[in-house]
Write a protein that binds this ligand. Sequence first.
Ligand code: 5HY
Length: 248
Amino acid sequence: MHLRIINPNTTAGMTATIGEAARHIASPGTRITATQPAHGPVSIESHFDEAISAVGVLEEVLAGEREDADAYVIACFGDPGLLAARELTRAPVIGIAEAAFHMATLISTRFSIVTTLGRTGIIAEHLLEQYGFAHHCRRVRAAEIPVLDLEDDGDAALTRIIEECERARDEDGIGAIVLGCGGMADLTDTISREVGLPVVEGVTAAVKLAEALVGLGLGTSKHGDLAFPRPKPFTGRFEGFSNLRPVR
Ligand code: 5HY
């Protein structure tokens, strides 16, 4: 199968980290394309960043439709554009937050999230409510590191993340930790070893869920709200979205 993993921010180094983690965990028959939008924020750390990045996610899904992608992963912990992306394809589209929440509840009754900046914690809280996992999550914590510190100052960022994970382990009454950033995709084993708890990371969780859905012959339902968007003119910078038709 062909899996298109979309890093919604425009930092190619983070896309490479995400792609490498995905390829490491993917089954032999899974071909991974890791990509990011040509336009958008270099990192996603606010509601504004999320909103802008969603357009790039949708453009990447449309590109994937032309390249016969069998499934998509949206590799940002805010799952930007997830439902809109599902409207554009019959393939499965999985957000890394949703994937991580599902996986965490299969191995523990309670988990905490450790993300980057505290100001984005509300986005994870909204997703927990939206997806129905709020009562499983004890706390959304933050290492208080800018997202790109994961690329630019990795050792110091890792230390901060481990310290917050240790506080979660000791204070939150949990059985597992969810990492709250696509840029943490390569840190799972190190953190789990240091902290002594199972660590669930969204990119790798989403890759395995995508493989499972494709293997089961399941894709995005076109009955109801995730049907293809009604074709219509779009104006200005979005003129290219005019009269969209399903590619397949
Ligand atoms: C992410 N931002 O996964 C989120 C992390 C966050 O650029 N990639 C980003 O804090 O929401």
